[in-house]
Design a protein. Structure first.
Length: 304
């Protein structure tokens, strides 16, 4: 790829970077550590801010929001007992989980752990215990995405551990808007702390919400989900009330463990005062590398 081609691709990609001016708030002033982001007024649908909102990226455990919707759409009994199996552990590549194989928990509790604490084994068990098993479950996930108009989204598992679960910030705003209409998703995803009581054998595990803004009840959050993979970076989606407005907030691929929380704070200050804040130079360098890599991949694909 020549330097001229890269510059042209960069110009074309950056052109829709920011939304129009919003009540004196200049989107160009808002500095975020996230590579991709969007902020939407949940009531009017107005896009208040966007940054590489159509960049297709791995979404990690944000996948579990779709998992929850598919489970609830199927109207499977939430009080029905689910048994965790070795197949579930295999489905998540034996990723660490405190849940014991062969122990049991009601489906509603399993769903709560998947949403509030991003428990991967819980998400795998929800998919396996779906009529038709995981293949049917994943097919339903993709069908739901199409129904919501998520044109750049694709799922391959129920946990989000595969980097092949991909979407865009723009698509995920649609997902958050839809998910926030489910009473169980809003309740489970915003549970600050929870104790789960398992059977066969009987034991208990304490869980905390992976979103500190929810865990410490610092924000008025109606729905929330975090995500992380090396390939996806730190991710966060929320429906939250900020400055008297219900907003859909999507932040993808942040650099650093606390960066999504920092970005949330910068978004809040920008909406309230127009002050867009600053981000660390390491985060800026990380974004440059990610964007350059994405543009190079796009250019290579277009040549083919």
């Amino acid at each position: 790829m020549t330097r001229i081609m890269l510059s042209l691709a960069l110009a074309l990609f950056i052109s829709p970077l920011m939304a129009a001016d919003n009540g004196g708030r200049n989107p160009a002033n808002l500095q975020l550590a996230s590579v991709s982001a969007v902020v939407v007024d949940a009531d009017s649908g107005e896009v208040l801010y966007k940054k590489y909102a159509n960049m297709v990226k791995p979404i990690a455990s944000l996948t579990k929001v779709m998992t929850a919707m598919v489970v609830l759409d199927a109207k499977l009994p939430l009080n029905e007992t689910i048994r965790f199996s070795n197949d579930d552990r295999k489905a998540i590549n034996y990723y660490h989980s405190r849940i014991r194989v062969d122990s049991e928990l009601p489906r509603g509790e399993v769903l709560r752990l998947a949403l509030m604490s991003s428990e991967n084994l819980a998400a795998a068990a929800l998919g396996r215990n779906f009529p038709g098993g995981l293949p049917a479950f994943v097919a339903r996930m993709n069908a739901k995405a199409r129904a919501l108009g998520m044109k750049n989204t694709h799922f391959v598992d129920s946990s989000g551990l595969s980097q092949n679960n991909v979407s865009t910030a723009a698509d995920l705003a649609k997902l958050v808007a839809a998910a926030a209409k489910y009473r169980d998703i809003t309740a489970y995803s915003t549970t600050p702390i929870h104790t789960a009581y398992f059977s066969r054998p009987r034991y208990r595990l304490d869980y905390v919400n992976t979103n500190p803004l929810v865990r410490y009840q610092r924000w008025d959050v109606a729905m929330s989900k975090t995500g992380y993979l090396d390939e996806a970076g730190r991710c966060l989606v929320m429906k939250a009330n900020v400055d008297g407005k219900d907003l859909l907030i999507v932040m993808l691929d942040s650099f650093g463990k606390t960066s999504p929380m920092g970005d949330a704070g910068r978004i809040k200050r920008w909406l309230e005062s127009g002050n867009g804040g600053t981000v660390a130079s390491a985060a800026k360098d990380y974004q440059k590398r990610k964007i350059a890599s994405h543009l190079a991949s796009r250019a290579t694909a277009s040549i083919r």
